[in-house]
Design a protein around this ligand. Structure first.
Ligand code: AKB
Length: 318
């Protein structure tokens, strides 16, 4: 494999994807990029980092040409809740940025990874066992950009033979970098509050069920789909992938098994609740399992145990 560019490399996924790619392909093969610099040890110290605003076509082209990039993992995006605060900026970055990446990729024949999301579904989508191919009428600008991104990735593959691949990721839980402005962020924040104060005020209702995944599984899935034998893929983009599906009350109960005094209450944020209510409860990810062997390692209990250990160590609470 030639050189790799990761956009949005200092975000929640990029902060763990970049070190994993560097371990697999070597530090010099992976160029990390972000819109503004901040120090994230494993990303900023392990290899080259470029400042890159994906809404600027010429800047993407310059970085891709400078480093002779062959594969782009496009992680730069604004999440669902913050996207509703600034929908036009979200569209420009989430759709415009991806359209720019595809334009450059087409000229340079780069493979491209696109992270779609459970946000690509909407209230008219079947909520349970959500099929791989189904109704997609999302009600957020984030979701609209994800659906168009999925279609555009398929179009570039069919029309220009570009090797585009992607996943519909669920809420991601991680301890390295915090998510920012997402609807599923509660499932990360709860661990920090459980360690710091043994209590958490949740912005979603107790019974809000959503698909989730621990970051080591997400990074493995992203790398696995990009390395999959193309001949086995009848879908290429937007594979449903999930590892677990739980409610805030169920996550709190899993934490209480380790911290019996942990308490949760609910102060519902109407915006994020409405977004969560428009998303599936649990997706059917059998296409990913059949076509490229998707198999998560972490369920709710295993993820909770590992998160509590890692967040406690990070906060110096061990
Ligand atoms: C969000 O909540 O916006 C993201 C997602 C599920 O795509 N974590």
């Amino acid at each position: 494999m030639g050189k790799i560019l990761v956009t949005g490399a200092l975000g929640q996924i990029g902060s763990e994807l970049v070190p994993a790619l560097r371990e697999r392909h070597g530090g010099a093969a992976v160029i990390a990029s972000g819109i503004r610099y901040r120090s994230v040890g494993a990303v900023t110290e392990g290899g080259t980092i470029e400042l890159l605003d994906c809404t600027k076509l010429d800047d993407i082209r310059a970085v891709v040409e400078k480093h002779d990039i062959e594969t782009i993992y496009h992680m730069a995006a604004m999440l669902s809740a913050i996207g509703e605060d600034k929908p036009e900026e979200a569209w420009e970055l989430n759709f415009g940025g991806f359209a720019n990446v595809l334009k450059v990729a087409r000229r340079r024949d780069c493979a491209v990874f696109f992270p779609s999301s459970i946000g690509a579904f909407g209230p008219s989508t079947p909520r349970l066992n959500t099929p791989q191919d189904t109704v997609q009428r999302p009600t957020t600008i984030y979701g609209v950009a994800k659906v168009v991104g999925e279609l555009l990735a398929d179009y570039y593959a069919a029309r220009f033979g570009l090797d585009t691949r992607g996943l519909r990721l669920p809420g991601l839980i991680s301890y390295v970098a915090l998510p920012g402005g997402g609807t599923t962020d509660y499932a990360v924040e709860i661990f920090y509050q459980a360690i710091r104060e043994q209590r958490f005020s949740c912005f979603l209702r107790a019974d809000t069920r959503l698909d989730m995944m621990y970051m080591p599984d997400a990074v493995a899935a992203i790398m696995q789909v990009m390395e999959a034998d193309a001949g086995r893929l009848s879908h290429r983009n937007a594979f449903n992938v999930s590892a677990m599906s739980f409610t805030p009350a169920e996550l709190a109960a899993a934490i209480q098994r380790h911290i019996p005094d942990f308490a949760i209450d609910y102060e519902v944020d109407p915006l994020r609740q409405a977004i969560a209510d428009s998303w599936p409860d649990a997706m059917d990810d059998s296409a990913a399992r059949a076509e490229w062997g998707w198999q998560p390692r972490y369920d709710l209990a295993a993820m909770t145990e590992d998160m509590l250990e890692k967040v406690a160590a990070k906060l110096g609470a061990t």
